[in-house]
Ligand binder design. Sequence first.
Ligand code: KIV
Ligand code: ZN
Length: 515
Amino acid sequence: MSDKLIIFDTTMRDGEQSPGASMTREEKIRIAKSLERMRVDVIEAGFPIASVGDFESVQAVANVVKDSTVCALARALDKDIDRAAEALKGAQSRRIHTFIATSPIHMEKKLKMTPEQVLEQAVKAVKRARQYTDDVEFSPEDAGRSETDFLCRVLEAVIAAGARTVNIPDTVGYNLPHQFGALIKTLRERVPNSDKAVFSVHCHNDLGLAVANSLSAVLNGARQVECTINGLGERAGNAALEEIVMAVRTRRDIFTCDTRIDATQIVPASRLVSGITGFAVQPNKAIVGANAFAHESGIHQDGVLKHRTTYEIMRAEDVGWVTNRMVLGKHSGRNAFRARLQELGASFDSEEALNETFVRFKELADKKHDIYDEDLQALISETNLAAENERIKLVALKVCSETGETPNAAITLSVDGVEHRATAPGGGPVDAAFKAIEAVVHSGTTLQLYSVNNITSGTDSQGEVTVRVEKGGRIVNGQGADTDIVIASAKAYLNAMNKILQTSERAHPQAGQPI
Ligand code: KIV
Ligand code: ZN
């Protein structure tokens, strides 16, 4: 039994399937670089058949990542597999992950296929994928609710067909830890050629058990865990990467395997993903929550001061908590700026793009004395957004807010290069600003979420605003950052508007019949 636990990150595939969490190509490149720095073994970059944009994102990730395997998802269909292979062409190390559902309910109601047809299609898919790469993974979707006998037959057949990894998904998060662990043990014992493949698990968190189920599987011989940063993913999410990695590392007395992850990259990656998706991390979230290492009660503080292990099982710095290190200031030059941005995984298509970010950095440094990594991350996001999809731009915003008076906003926007002005009253300055924007763009969207976080500490900190809007069932998130939170709010709202204007259709991997 191997002592290496393979970490397979699916933040950019399953994580991206969370409503509103879609990522642009540039954002995926930044996340991929951050995962590579963390020494993630396999990065699932997306589902290339979903759309041209998804294909290009997987292709871009495949072209930049060198030290991790890049994986693409494909239903058990020739066209999906061919597209995945095409997107992965530039990767140094590539994997095709193909899947088909095996539970009675999915086969009958979703696929409308017999078990024999499913088995045949699974084998055919693995063989086709093997024409492109030796590294093929197969998943029997909804394995957690599949019949064990049938699962054994499917796994034996796909391993014989060339699958090197067999991944057991608890697609709907239905299993309990003892049961899921037992399932892995049974499959390993009963599938005759089980020693020819790595057993992997992919658990969803509908009952809050994704991490517990994954760890139980590891104790029963699974040697790959599929997980996401911050536990992002469909519905209640997937198993959180940071929790899997730190549980296995902290409890070496129990686990006989470990990962190769550089845990100091965990907090920066968590922040990056949360900033890009707009999915805030709850303060009491294990490992990456703001309170994960904070001690409030006097008894705990006293204990930690006397000896930190009285109340701490991990060290904050080991998972990347460095407190707002000042990295650059007003007098920092272009070279220091470029070097730090490269360390943060930013890539610029041109010298102009770098210059533009440098100008924004100087503007920020005029307003804010100390510039932290988090400020730079926000600047990079803003520059990427501007380059990618800004049809509507903020030209000017003036908001009047006074005790006893109705706040009023006056806005100037550039829409496809033409300037438009509007004014609007509102319940507060942000409300007035959004109404003034709507008076120009008439988006027809419904605001679902508005949240503000300070990026660093102090009253001169930039406020980072996330908005989520919905239109015709389509949900997008928008982000904006500024030392003035009303301007940050307007930027976030416009970012969402710009995304809603890009009406690209995307297929969902797990929906409908795979024909
Ligand atoms: O949850 C699931 O079953 C999946 C598969 C595509 C692996 O995400
Ligand atoms: Zn999933």
